[in-house]
Design a protein around this ligand. Structure first.
Ligand code: DLL
Length: 432
């Protein structure tokens, strides 16, 4: 049940041997081709020859998003532009976009990485694959498309948006697999309910969701509303796009394609590598790319790594599902809070919909949080006293779990803007 047994089921010794060889090649490649890395490696007094084991990766300099922005558009590109066959980009929610150039080989590797993911989810030739990730500069659309074609699926490149049409296509073409952001999957599920279409009765069986953090509770919600198995797909533009890490049949953690990307978890304050099992910032080194192989790229994503034996037979290291990004972490009355913690708690409350917004305001030196969440239609009709009771219940539930008092506002059904891509759930008014 593995797409590429040779690379997905290697022994640790084989993986490390392979990684060492590719790491040395990559360090030599960027030192020769990218002035930015040449300078950084000289300053750190490191060359390909001085790397004797994979652990020596910790001697290499880090790369951060600002390095990509400062070198926009092609300052970190290691090949002449005539060898670049594609450029994707990330709009970046915070600031100038960054580009991801690919050579023909880079695209091939990317396809292979995504195909491994899809195979692990149970996608097979003949599946009718509705790809509702946005096509264009965003890597989700084309990236998933290429992998699904490689597996041999009938791909429907519908892109995101025009939700009513998503549902009729799903019905008419007897779609078996849907890929989108988890928040857009919810939008689709909700629209189908409005159209009196029961997605659970359709042939669709697998959903492939990622590109934004989502909780186990959200997974359960989507699985129940659509009658599917919801699988997690992870990746980022800086490395290739989707396909970096993926769930297997265990649906517990994501295997990392570590013959392509060496993963580390570091303490974001000391920048020291953390042992397996400890949570910190995920860092990647791309060891097979040619156009833009990044060394020790700090993703800001928070997770931990594990090498525990997996029942699926893959030996690739696993990362825990991403609990959030360090730059999305809110500090409310001095307490660190991830939006995913609030999401989990809201989904415990049966009277509300999984549609919410977090508003951060400042008063004096402290930040305060207002949680706005939609009620179910039948609840909203019950009027203010009932709504007030539920608001108090939510407030209490959050306070009991994370120790901070938040303001809760129950919202009218359908009043919060629906997502077609990555949901914008945080409104930060504290910086005004
Ligand atoms: O979101 C690539 C992608 C497309 C992944 C389609 C999966 C499916 P970027 O726009 O560069 O690339 O955003 C990358 O999104 O650093 C994480 O913070 C977040 N992210 C991506 N996948 C997941 C996931 C694409 N499965 C950033 N769980 C990453 C949580 C995710 N966060």
């Amino acid at each position: 049940m593995v797409w590429n047994k040779e690379f997905e089921c290697m022994s640790l010794e084989q993986i490390q041997k392979f990684q060492l060889e590719k790491l040395k090649e990559t360090v030599g490649w960027v030192a020769a081709k990218v002035p930015f890395y040449k300078k950084k490696l000289e300053e750190a007094k490191i060359s390909a020859d001085s790397i004797k084991s994979v652990e020596d990766i910790s001697k290499l300099p880090f790369t951060v998003k600002n390095d990509l922005r400062d070198n926009y558009p092609f300052g970190l590109c290691a090949v002449p532009l005539k060898e670049v066959v594609r450029v994707q980009a990330s709009s970046g929610t915070t600031g100038k976009s960054i580009t991801g150039p690919y050579t023909t080989d880079d695209i091939e590797q990317w396809r292979e990485c995504v195909a491994r993911n899809l195979w692990a989810y149970g996608v097979r030739p003949g599946d009718v694959f509705q790809n509702a990730y946005g096509y264009g500069l965003f890597t989700g659309g084309l990236g998933v498309h290429q992998g699904a074609s490689m597996v041999g699926c009938t791909v429907i490149p519908i892109s995101s948006g025009v939700t009513k049409r998503q549902i009729s296509i799903m019905q008419d073409l007897e779609v078996t697999v849907l890929s989108s952001t988890p928040s857009y999957a919810l939008t689709i599920a909700e629209r189908a309910e409005e159209m009196n279409v029961d997605i659970r009765k359709l042939p669709i069986k697998i959903g492939i969701f990622g590109a934004e953090p989502w909780t186990m509770e959200m997974r359960k919600e989507i699985e129940e509303r659509m009658g599917i198995e919801a699988m997690d797909i992870y990746g980022l533009t800086e490395l290739c796009g989707p396909g970096v890490a993926y769930n297997c049949s265990e649906k517990n953690g994501l295997h990392i394609n570590e013959d392509h990307f060496i993963a580390e978890v570091i303490d974001p304050n000391t920048l020291e590598p953390l042992p397996l099992g400890e949570k910190g910032e995920l860092v990647f080194t791309a060891i097979q790319r040619k156009a833009m192989p990044l060394l020790r790229y700090r993703t800001k994503d928070i997770t931990s790594l594990s090498r525990e034996k997996c029942s699926c037979g893959r030996t690739l290291v696993k990362m825990e599902r991403i609990s959030g990004r360090s730059d999305d972490m809110l500090i409310i009355k001095g307490v660190n809070v991830f939006p995913s913690q609030i999401e989990s708690l809201l989904l415990d409350i049966p009277e509300v919909e999984p549609q919410y917004r977090l508003i951060v305001k400042k008063s004096g030196y402290l930040n305060y949080l207002t949680v706005q969440v939609e009620t179910k239609k039948e609840i909203f009709k019950k009027g203010k006293p009932t709504l007030h009771q539920i608001e108090n219940k939510i407030m209490y539930h959050i306070e009991q779990s994370i120790g901070i008092k938040v303001k809760t506002e129950l919202m009218e059904p359908k009043s919060i803007e629906r997502s077609e891509g990555k949901a914008q759930r945080i409104i930060d008014e504290s910086v005004k």
